[in-house]
Design a protein around this ligand. Structure first.
Ligand code: 3PG
Length: 380
């Protein structure tokens, strides 16, 4: 997947005075009506400002969360995001409380060059028939009919070929935005890796979601250091008693983890000591950190996804704080990605301490594992 060669960039497009549909990833954490981390919104500003400078009418699309029941609609509305974006840009952002239909068409028609319109969560169209996630061509055609050019700038969702990320590209001239261009450029060392030793640290809750990716990453990396629920599941597979810790109970999955532990015993590293809450593992201990530090300090390229412990709770934050400090002083090219990782970097003041912080979580992992992303393939 080579930027510029296989896919068009914003600078290649004739966009002056055009209506441009931009798919952003505004899937941001919102709690009690507050956006807890706006970095994805901030990172979308470059493309939006570029389009404003080219006198475009801008129609913004994004998903937020997953919409499976009518109740999911309210808690996953993009209204707050539109208000926040308007503050960041210091200009009006018209929010349309629907993402499909006549009202949407009319609102877009009524606006002028330089205006910004944000439609409601694209996954509202998943309620009946999964039209967005199923990449329904009629829905993609409708969104495409609203503009002249499509810009995919949702790096965090580029591993999903949905109607709003991939489908629209079949109907109008399309390109990637400045955020995606920057992501692909900064992540390129992680694809067909030449800088070695290459170490990956992976934390996170569920091994179920990550297993296919772990299987692909293991042949690529030199070391895989594990933490969190993923490490617990591997420990359980190796016969360690993990008590009530977050870990899989799926016997088939445990058997697969055991095979990986045997086949990649020289690469996979598991924590050796722990901080507990009752009989649940909540963080890694000092011996594990020392062990991980040895490998990290010998590495030249490191990718971090997830944290070793439940850093949100102070008694279990030490492992995460110490790991970040080891990474910040190791001298390797360190690249980070994933929602939890970004939160930890922000919380402990490490936001600017690493080479690059990706706006993708699952997308970044899939990109490293598969060397391509589903939505980008559709743009090529
Ligand atoms: C993310 O936060 O990883 C992206 O926005 C994708 O969200 P999804 O996993 O719900 O598709």
């Amino acid at each position: 997947m080579i930027i510029g060669e296989n896919m068009k960039l914003l600078k290649d497009m004739d966009i002056n005075n055009k209506t441009v549909i931009v798919r952003c990833d505004y899937n941001v954490p919102i709690k009690d009506g507050i956006i807890e981390d706006d970095s994805r919104i901030v990172k979308s500003l470059e493309t939006i400002n570029y389009l404003i400078d080219h006198n475009c009418k801008i129609v913004l699309l994004s998903h937020l969360g997953r919409v499976k029941t009518p109740e999911d609609k309210e808690k996953n509305s993009l209204k707050l995001v539109a208000e926040h974006l308007s503050k960041l840009l210091n200009r009006n952002v018209t929010f349309v409380s629907e993402c499909y239909g006549e009202e949407v068409k009319k609102t877009v028609m009524e606006h002028n060059s330089g205006d910004i319109i944000m439609l409601e969560n694209t996954r509202y169209m998943d309620l009946e028939g999964k039209l967005e996630s199923g990449n329904n061509p009629d829905l993609a055609k409708f969104w495409a009919s609203l503009g002249d050019v499509f810009v995919l700038d949702a790096f965090g969702s580029a591993h999903r070929a949905h109607a709003s990320t991939a489908g629209i590209a079949s109907f109008i001239p399309s390109c990637v935005g400045l955020l995606i261009e920057k992501e692909l450029d900064n992540l390129k060392d992680l694809i067909n890796v030449e800088i070695r030793p290459f170490t990956i640290f992976m934390g996170g809750a569920k091994v179920e979601d990550k297993l296919p990716i772990i299987e692909k990453l293991l042949p690529e990396c030199d070391h895989l250091l594990l933490g969190g629920g993923i490490a617990n599941s591997f420990l359980k597979a190796s016969g360690v008693e993990v008590g009530t810790s977050l870990a899989t109970s799926d016997e088939e999955l445990l058997a697969k983890l055991k095979v990986l532990l045997t086949n990649y015993q020289d690469k996979i590293m598991l924590p050796l000591d722990f901080v507990y809450d009752g009989s649940s593992i909540m963080d890694i201990g000092p011996m594990s950190l020392e062990n991980y530090a040895r490998v990290i300090n010998e590495s030249k390229l490191i990718f971090i996804n997830g944290t070793p412990g439940k850093f949100e709770d102070e008694p279990f934050a030490e492992g995460t704080i110490k790991l970040l400090s080891i990474l910040a002083s190791c001298g390797a090219k360190v690249i980070t990605g994933g929602g939890d990782t970004v939160n930890a970097l922000k919380k402990f003041g490490y936001e600017d301490k690493f080479f690059f912080c990706s706006s993708g979580g699952g997308a970044t992992l899939e990109y490293i594992a598969n060397k391509e992303l589903e939505a980008l393939k559709c743009l090529e």
